[in-house]
Design a protein around this ligand. Structure first.
Ligand code: DC
Length: 235
């Protein structure tokens, strides 16, 4: 008898999906990248697509105060996702590789508005689903296990204490031990971002919750890889 899981993924040509969701700075993207490498899958960062559409809108949609969904969607047509030589995808805007631009403070401060636009959400979801028809993928975002891949073979929801998330993010950015005052300021920003993203950050009922506050990245990756292997072996 064909199992339900394999029936579910016929639309993906049999390709497998590990969906990792969670709030900002929960370590999703770096964890997903590493999990993909260990499993021999490709990593897709859905947040990077929202960021790319925002970067394109900043160039071509006029002043942000006047952005309307259909103009922003026009800008999205300039964004493409291309498999790179490693195990992920590069994001291109209008024929240029755009990874650097996606992390700019300007993009970061406007992306939440773009991510609220339903037409943009549908566009991003189609791009990510299309990739899953060609590759086994580890996708990370906010709603990968709910809106985009309700049929994913494995769903993970990563959380961590806001103070710890802020500390990790600063450590990455400043390359030294951040002070308590710096962590406090960053925690406030993160909590505000959590609120802006709250409607779309959804834990699937069948997701496995992992609190990474006291875990090293190696431990998080090890757990997820073990779960993915167990799920593949159990079919
Ligand atoms: O994970 P990130 O910081 O790169 O995400 C950028 C923005 O996109 C953030 O506002 C949350 C939003 N996002 C979303 O709404 N849904 C996703 N699947 C991924 C990101």
């Amino acid at each position: 008898m064909t199992s339900l899981a394999s029936l579910d993924r016929t639309w993906r040509n049999g390709h497998r999906v590990v969906a990792i969701d969670g709030p900002a700075a929960s370590g999703k993207s770096s964890t997903a990248q590493w999990v993909a490498q260990d499993l021999g899958y490709r990593h897709v960062d859905s947040g990077a697509l929202y960021r790319a559409v925002t970067a394109a809108a900043l160039r071509w949609a006029g002043p942000p105060a006047n952005w309307d969904p259909s103009t922003v969607l026009d800008c999205a047509q300039r964004v493409t996702l291309a498999p790179n030589e490693g195990t992920s995808f590069d994001v291109w805007i209008d024929g240029h590789e755009a990874s650097e631009e996606l992390r700019s403070p300007e993009v970061t401060s406007h992306v939440a508005v773009v991510a609220q636009m339903q037409v943009v959400r549908s566009w991003v979801n189609s791009r990510v689903r299309e990739v899953a028809t060609r590759f086994d993928v580890v996708v990370d975002g906010r709603d990968m296990g709910t809106a985009v891949f309700p049929d994913a073979e494995l769903k993970i929801f990563l959380i961590a204490d806001p103070w710890e998330r802020a500390r990790r993010r600063l450590l990455q950015r400043v390359q030294r031990r951040p002070t308590d005052a710096e962590i406090a300021a960053e925690t406030e920003l993160l909590v505000r971002r959590d609120a802006a993203d709250a409607t779309q950050t959804v834990q699937a009922r069948d997701a496995i919750l992992i609190d990474t506050s006291a875990l090293t990245q190696e431990e998080q990756v090890g757990r997820i890889v073990a779960l993915a292997r167990a799920s593949a072996a159990g079919e």
